[in-house]
Design a protein around this ligand. Structure first.
Ligand code: CO
Length: 207
């Protein structure tokens, strides 16, 4: 069963060890990533690969439509561990154009549990209805909702108590919003970076 994956795994391990014999020993003893990636589960958006980082360099949390819901224990556990224990320097919320989760949130179809998971995106949609309805092209409107959702999740992360307490302690921590393009493999910075408590209303006030 899954023999090709097992073979790939053995070959990968061998390649890593050939280049750097201590690679796995070092990782086994400690992980010290500087970055937390909050991204979509979409198979076309592989976190480490996109930013060229090795195992040990990127802490990753992925879910459908890259949400950071303030009541989700899974996300909150990842966030707290990253901020309080690993002391990451940067948190990137990374959405992607063509996100099926974002589209499904607002297409009016019923799918079950996922409709509840995607509820925050319907709130983003309602909050920015005027801007979104003014966009005539369907694809452009979808892309903008993807961006607005990322910005809203950046606001969630930056408003979180764990993050705000870290800033109050003087910990260096930035929260970024990016959107990845499936068509060219480029992740664009939405320039909504938050570096301190005061940035939150200034950068994200309208979101
Ligand atoms: Co997606």
């Amino acid at each position: 069963m899954l023999d090709h994956l097992k073979a790939n795994n053995r070959a990968w391990s061998e390649r890593k060890t050939q280049v750097d014999p201590d690679f796995f020993t070092r990782l086994e003893n400690q992980q010290a990533p500087q970055y937390l990636w909050i991204g979509c589960s979409d198979s076309r958006v592989p976190a480490n690969e996109i930013v060229g980082l090795d195992p040990g360099e990127l802490f990753v949390h992925r879910n459908v439509a890259n949400l950071a819901p303030p009541q989700d224990a899974n996300y909150l556990s990842v966030l707290q561990y990253s901020v309080d224990v690993l002391k990451v320097r940067h948190i990137m919320v990374v959405g992607h154009y063509g996100c099926g989760g974002v589209a499904a949130a607002v297409d009016g179809q019923r799918r079950g549990l996922i409709d509840h998971w995607l509820h925050p995106i319907r709130e983003v949609h309602a909050h920015h209805r005027g801007e979104l309805e003014a966009i005539e092209n369907d694809r452009a409107r979808w892309d903008r909702l993807v961006e607005l959702n990322v910005i809203r999740q950046v606001k969630n992360v930056a408003s979180d108590i764990f993050v705000q307490d870290a800033w109050a302690r003087g910990q260096a921590l930035s929260v970024h919003g990016w959107v990845y393009s499936l068509s060219n493999g480029i992740a664009n910075d939405l320039n909504v970076t938050v570096r301190k408590i005061d940035d939150v209303p200034e950068v994200l006030g309208d979101f």
